[in-house]
Design a protein around this ligand. Sequence first.
Ligand code: UDX
Length: 512
Amino acid sequence: VQPVKNVCVVGAGYVGGPTAAILALHNPAVTVEVLDRDPQRIKQWKSPHLPVHEPGLDHLVRVVRDGVESDESDIPRRQRNLYFTSDSARVIAKADIIFMAVNTPTKMFGVGAGCATNMAAFDGAMRDVAAHAKPGAIIVEKSTVPGGTADRVRKMLAAHRPGASFEVLSNPEFLAEGTAIKNLTTPDRVLIGSAATPAGRQAARTLANLYKAWIPADRILETNTWSSELAKLVANAMLAQRISSINSVSAICERTGADVDQVAKAIGMDARIGSQFLKAGLGFGGSCFRKDIASLAYLAESLGLDDVAMYWRQVNIMNERQRDRFARKVIERFEGNLVGHKLAILGFAFKKNTGDTRESLAVEVIRLLLDERPAEITIFDPYCRQEDIMRELGPGVAEMGTVKVHSDPYLACSQAHAILVVTDCDQFRNTATKKSSWSISDQSTHTSSSDCMDFQPTSQSGTNETIEWPRIAYNMVEPKWVFDGRGLLDVVELKKLGVRVDRVGRRTELHV
Ligand code: UDX
């Protein structure tokens, strides 16, 4: 195992920042420097207001960046060993290990548009690394990259720095938004892919040693680089596939007497299937699943495996159909006429507890509804900012004047003919009875980026109270439809309030 004194993390985003902080916390003898070409972002990381908001992150950064004493007994007072900078040449030159954590969104132009990965940021950062890294440095892919990237990086390094030897490892990140620190602290596994050579395996052991500071050795899995790169794509594809599978079943349930939640529970109790990621809804949003499936399908296609590509593409197709089916159902309930009606949308973010509007399922639902020329569509989301919602809805929508964003759910739903629950926020449930006091001051502060995970969810304080459905129902107007796209409402209780409820994965008679 090589000694490690200096670690550099390229990319101060959602993955790079928290990963660097955790590495620094558990390896106090190692200096961890986070590099980003955006000086503004570095300034934020150096300030009291971090650009990434994750439960536990602020405190963690204060401990390792500022040397603040931790109030948690398992974190002793430690020296400062986490730094943020834009000085790439200096930091790269002294690093023993360099993590690449820059954004790798879907390519939206040219060959492979909509499927392939846009490697512009990754390649740009790699050019800096190739120019300045010291011979013997270990380069680690943290970003989700197309299979075969490690081989490509090896060739690039050999071309730029003939004579110098580098090892390239794949060490993909599996954290989810909102649980980053938890996922980093107790990961299901750490995956390290290396070249199948003695030097490659030695580099893998050197990296594993950093993780062993807090992760049990049996959770650290070493593979070759192709396996590791592919495993990251496949993990997300399989999770997404479960969601599309249960959503396809929800369509059957809506036409029969079956209830999708009962089906999910029954199959999930089979230990071979397991109960997670079987919640039927509007489909999956977020910056990773759709993108990684597109990348996997593109890889299969480029290998001449068209059937394989088609198989995985179907997961994304099913996801889009589920969302469209939901919007069409709303239109059907109004017998094809939404003119003159007000529709209220509860939730815009792709999942609960985040203000991330990217790949929001609400966007296409709203577009389909707008085609029917309703009088008004109002949106309420406890975490999303108005400007992010409007930007995501695209050009022209704000000018139409039909769509309005409200920071008060009662105002959004007042005089609505229908309410659509789009995000699985606990605040929308009708099972709790706590009174709400909506605050508009606590809104998201995220800056948009197309990077998978490169997002800053908002703080959650003050917005975790459930809405009062009796008040909402009272102020609706006939036919008072509530469309539960996430299966989170208690239908029996809600119906007692005099509203009609249509819940995903359950049959509702067309005329009620
Ligand atoms: C995901 C992976 O979970 C994570 O491991 C990876 O590193 C990045 O991508 P994330 O996109 O943050 O994380 O969100 P996740 O919690 O996985 O949810 C993705 C989408 O699936 C959301 O829209 C969510 O609402 C939906 N979902 C999830 C369902 O519809 N049903 C489920 O049962 C689970």
